[in-house]
Design a protein around this ligand. Sequence first.
Ligand code: SF4
Length: 398
Amino acid sequence: MTQVPALSYSSYRTYLECPLRWKFLYIDKLPEAPRGYFTFGRVVHSVLEALVRPMVLPSARRVGEAESQRTLDEWHAPSGPAPTTWMTTEELLALYDRSWLSDGYASPEEENRYRALGRELLLRYHDLLLREQPHPVAVEEHLEARWDGIPIHGYVDRIDRTPAGGLEVVDYKTSRDLSNEDARDSDQLSLYQVLVESNYSEPVEKLTLYHLRSLTPLRTAPRERGALLTLHDRLGTVTDGIRSDAFEPNPGRQCSRCDFQSRCPEFRTVPVADGERLRDLVDRFEALRAEEHRLESDLRRTAEELHRAAEELGVHRVPGSRSVAIRRKEVAWQYSLDRVRPLLERSGVSDRVAGGTTEEVRRLVRDPAVDPEVRRRVAETGARRVKWYWDLEKENGA
Ligand code: SF4
């Protein structure tokens, strides 16, 4: 039984993607190879932290913190610490140069591209900060909480004070594309909301993914309780899995960027002694699969040609040399659930299509226990579908 560590957003997401990879990272603590885009993100985040930190004003009151903690009231007081001035662009660029790391880039050209992009992002963002003059109350703050029994933690990029006295949680993103849906559906922002609400007494008013490449803040309202409960359930599933040592590999697209393929049973190599025998089997399987596809399409074309000829002649039985081909039809009624559901809801029998399948509607239409008027109205929404197919029968005596 594994003791469950506090879950960060990335730990939670890693477990959902692949429990075995989670184990390699968080239990075995195996290192991963550096990747340029991660290095880039880290450098930009660290420079933004240094840029904003001097401007952090006394933080909002925390729940249960010691008295030495500064409070929002102090923030209002004229005796509160005066903010320093923002870094100049020259200071910013010098800091960026000092902070730059070359780890993980595929080539010097790629590194140069990222480096130029970082300069551009930071300069534009610096300009925006000077114009907007936000009121940060925390930057790169590590927050921990126990959320109804589940330990969670995270580094929140920035927490701003809103004009109404609440808090805005800001997460910087250096990724290429980002949409309003990303902000609305972000489990990361939901987790940060819980962390901030657990540590601050001021309400969270906004959740923001800050898309640095376009200088676009993608803002959403804080999550409702129902959405948070859904996330809590998923975190519970993850903690249950960790506690019960459920570390199965989950192969998928994530494998292409996983550094642990050499340790993963999904990628175990065939022993040399068995290589030739298995290679022959794979080659045969591949050839048969190709033949199967060819035969399938040949069969379909022949049946269609036979069907057209039988239609023209108005026949259903066509003798061959050894067998008779018999044309049969299958009739089924299709229903649009979008049209059927309102009818059933009005009649109080919508539970009859709870599974959302056409078969349920067909059963309801045939069921004498259902009001005949309801059945008639549902039946009227149906469309008759005819499917032809061929059977083979041996000729008598063959
Ligand atoms: S290679 Fe794929 S299945 Fe194996 S640990 Fe990595 S992500 Fe999981």
